[in-house]
Design a protein around this ligand. Sequence first.
Ligand code: SAM
Length: 286
Amino acid sequence: MAYLGNPGRTLQVLDKYNFSFRKNFGQNFLIDDHILTKIVDAAEITKEDCVLEIGPGIGTMTQYLCERAGKVIAVEIDNSLIPILKDTLSEYENVTIINNDILKVDIKALAEEQNGGRPLKVVANLPYYITTPIVMGLFESHVPLASITVMVQKEVAERMQTGPGSKDYGALSLAVAYYSKAETVAIVSPNCFIPRPKVESSVIRMTVHEKSPVSVKDEAFLFAVIRATFNQRRKTLVNSLANASLPGVTKDKVREALLQMGKPETVRGETFTLEEFAELSDLLMS
Ligand code: SAM
């Protein structure tokens, strides 16, 4: 089977199987060999690696991954793509195709079963409608991970890498900073996909920290505080946190914590750095 990373081969396969795109699954298939190579290069895959690919589509990127990795696990929700994948990937013995919704897969168990619990590398052209739950889920469920190299909507890549003071700053930016070091690897034009998406895309590589840049008493509580803050980002921290029903968090408790941090009572959480959220969440627990 020849590589699929060009429009002609992709159309041939789609035609052969009379495939119809399902918009609700965020299906935009890559047709550009140059970008595919760039993604796989950025992920720094070797034969030692087990790669998890989310949404293989017709197997275009999967082919590149199978060439470089020791093992590839590809999770695809659309059952009409499974016979196509079996065909396009028939040459490779190092790939396991799973027909499931990635949000329902126990990835930790999968890493254990397929890679002896050693860190996986995630590589994907993500379905854009669920980028945030996928990335947050990978981080927060503590799946053993070395890196996540993914194509996302360009503005989401920006949101992932921004800091206080930007309107795009939020729980996703803080989770990315807490768990990883992020870099944009490429900006990708809509012309590199079939069908063309309406937006520009970026490839972002997140190298997962062995140790987070801040340490807290309770990580789940830190992210509960962060989410509560950004759920009501226009409110003062005192109000947004007191409204959020976090255990033991009253207005007075927040005021006291802010006083200890030398912050005014009227401060908004969207001005807080990761370090400040960490300090606040520990103070709220004391
Ligand atoms: N990797 C292919 C490529 O680059 O050409 C396809 C990428 S396309 C942007 C996203 C893929 O994710 C589609 O194949 C889609 O069917 C699949 N997908 C959508 N939602 C999914 C989910 N919840 N779990 C697993 N796969 C999903």
